[in-house]
Design a binder for this molecule. Structure first.
Ligand code: SAH
Length: 361
């Protein structure tokens, strides 16, 4: 969003701006545009992201004149709450409406933390064969307000009703490939990390990517967050079959760019997360485990083994529990740190790769 610094008195009608689209820098530009002091941006950001206030009249340290201008030229509108589904394990999936489409967000409470899983797109372009979101095709890139509006809604709910546990972690593991919505994701991350914004620590924010190499490189040095790579295969032959994007950016190029990101990152504490979905008889053999240990030998990493979550009409099966444990043991023996992910919210189609805008299931 660009603001030109011409005299607004000469403009009869300007489109109203949703302030949830602006990071601090853009908020300052907007204030200059409406001929106000840019430093007021700090106050407005704090009202929005510390007090979750969407009513200008309640912003008590802001002058009447500025309030009136804000009412005239802006608004604070997150996507609207539509539906909620609760899992037996405490996971909650929400659907929010924006521009006639639904965005899905998942809340996952655990013993000492609670994570919000955010969507970056509606649908996905990448068409990974084992992912239900991929099967719905690509519908749209979410705007900044649609990305951070998900978090804003959830935290507001926590503040107001004290109904859910305090959010401690954020993961970009909902619908979509975050790096393919680069500009908006970077702006959203800016707001999430800034102390006048949501003020989350970079150690608590994870972006998961299928490995869009030039965009990992572009992120490198621009913004520091935890990076998770969806590897899911121990060689290019298997990865080509599971993830068509591998034909463009293969395992070696993805790992190289992740390793370079790691070198400039404090958020990752020296280890990149590697996600590996466990698919029965596809990528879960003992040979695959050995192969994985070899390709990760020179990359400081922690592997997250994800039991595959099923969805209708898929050709895959989840690896058996004993196979997953065996796979994990081989990695451990080869000194590759690894954990087995507990999949949450499967009964409400809220687990990894199950988001599909299908609230009927
Ligand atoms: N596009 C991003 C975010 C996707 S969702 C990415 O590819 O990383 C987060 C994780 O869930 C990814 O690792 C994704 O590959 C994985 N995933 C997708 N479908 C899944 C399924 N059915 N079961 C388990 N994990 C799945």
């Amino acid at each position: 969003m660009k603001f030109k610094f011409n005299d607004i008195a000469n403009i009869k009608e300007i489109p109203k701006v949703n302030l949830l689209n602006l990071n601090l820098e853009k908020m300052r530009d907007f204030l200059k545009y409406i001929q106000e002091k840019p430093f007021r941006a700090n106050q407005i950001m704090k009202w929005i992201y510390h007090h979750f206030c969407d009513d200008f009249s309640k912003m008590s340290n802001i002058s009447k004149k500025l309030k009136n201008k804000l009412i005239k030229y802006s608004f604070i509108n997150p996507p609207k709450f539509i539906q909620e589904k609760k899992s037996f394990d405490g996971t909650i999936k929400w659907s929010f409406l924006t521009n006639k489409k639904h965005v899905e967000t998942v809340y996952i409470p655990e013993k000492n933390r609670a994570t919000v899983c955010i969507s970056s797109q509606i649908g996905c372009l990448l068409n990974c064969d084992f992912c239900y979101t991929g099967k719905m095709g690509f519908q749209k890139n979410l705007k900044v307000f649609e990305i951070i509006g998900q978090l804003w809604n959830v935290i507001k709910l926590f503040n107001e009703k004290n109904k859910i546990k305090k959010i401690t972690n954020i993961v970009f593991m909902g619908m979509g490939e975050p790096l393919l919505n680069f500009k908006n994701i970077v702006m959203a991350l800016n707001i999430i990390l800034h102390d006048h914004g949501f003020n989350f620590s970079k150690h608590k924010v994870t972006l998961s990517t299928a490995g869009i190499v030039p965009l990992i490189n572009k992120l490198n040095g621009l913004i520091d967050i935890k990076l998770a790579i969806s590897l899911h295969a121990s060689n290019n032959k298997i990865r080509n079959r599971l993830m068509p994007i591998n034909k463009k950016y293969n395992i070696q190029s993805v790992l190289e760019s992740a390793n370079n990101y790691l070198k400039n990152s404090k958020a990752n504490k020296g280890k990149i997360t590697i996600e590996y979905v466990m698919l029965d008889k596809v990528n879960d053999s003992l040979k695959n485990a050995e192969e994985l240990a070899v390709i990760l030998k020179n990359i400081p990493s922690k592997v997250n083994l994800i039991p595959w979550n099923s969805f209708p009409e898929s050709v895959y099966n989840t690896s058996t529990a004993s196979n997953i444990v065996h796979f994990s043991k081989i990695l451990t023996k080869r000194k590759i740190f690894n954990t087995i992910r507990k999949n949450r919210g499967k009964d409400i189609y809220a687990a990894c790769g199950q988001l599909n805008n299908n609230f009927k299931i």
